[in-house]
Design a binder for this molecule. Sequence first.
Ligand code: NDP
Length: 288
Amino acid sequence: MHVSTLTLNDGNKVPWIAFGTGTALYRQDVRHPVSLAIQSGFNHLDGAQEYENEEFLDAAIVASGKPRSELYITTKLGTLQAGATPKSALEESLRKLQLNHIDLYLIHHPKSHVGRLKEVWKGMEETKNAGLTKSIGVSNFTPDNLREILEDATIPPAVNQLEVHPYLLNALQLNLALHKQYNIVTSSYGALSPLVRGEGGPLDPVVENIRARLERTRGTPVSGGQVLLKFLQQKNILVVTTSSKAQRMDEYLDTENIPDLIPEEIQEIEAAGAKLHRRFFPRCWPPE
Ligand code: NDP
């Protein structure tokens, strides 16, 4: 299974789709779903200290038999305990993951580090300079949060992971413009929300028409979810998704093989998305 890559602003490459171990897998023994995901062909695993399951991720990686060099591992810095630094927190994650480095380390939430974002970003830079991670980035950062750390950064964030889907594209315009300016890769969670958490919205008929057109062109089944994932892939947006089912994991990865959406279809999705503003993960994002 081929998984294409995006190039980060530090020159490293990242597989465009990741298997997430948060949401439904929070505090769970993730060995089974992560093993299934690796077997399906996922080579990018997205974890976090806050998910409290990093040690199970290690067991799944070992059981997969995949060489470390073939896997891309992301984890995220949570709330810092007294006396801890991003480096000491990552060293603790590495112990749980049984790895000597990860590929991408993100600040999970700006709200966990209010008043000390610059200091925490310096600590993130230290983790990259020490070789504990190949790339560093952020998650749930607003344009103001990004500008704050960019003022003093010697290494700009490579990624900002946010809730991204067509119902939020308008609200994210400033974020996306700043990402473009600094060559920051936008990473999306909640990508499938319009279909799986917000059914009945203006996107549904548009996605269904495109799905049917792609299925006719291809001659084999295409799902609505694949249409949303392809839309993001064509915009060079990294997707972090998840599933408990092997068949759906195969479907997500198969997005790579479906025909491209034509420019008119991209515009139709954007126009339908602009008709509704919906955020499905309000706790992860600073209130507007
Ligand atoms: P998605 O929006 O991609 O949704 C995936 C979920 O949709 C799965 O639970 C899956 O269920 C379900 N699903 C997919 N297709 C269908 C369908 N056709 N019908 C019904 N249900 C369907 O991903 P999430 O946002 O849930 O999370 C992905 C990852 O993103 C998390 O695991 C985490 O790693 C990360 N994340 C990061 C956050 C942050 O603050 N940085 C916040 C939230 C998430 P099923 O198991 O049945 O296939």
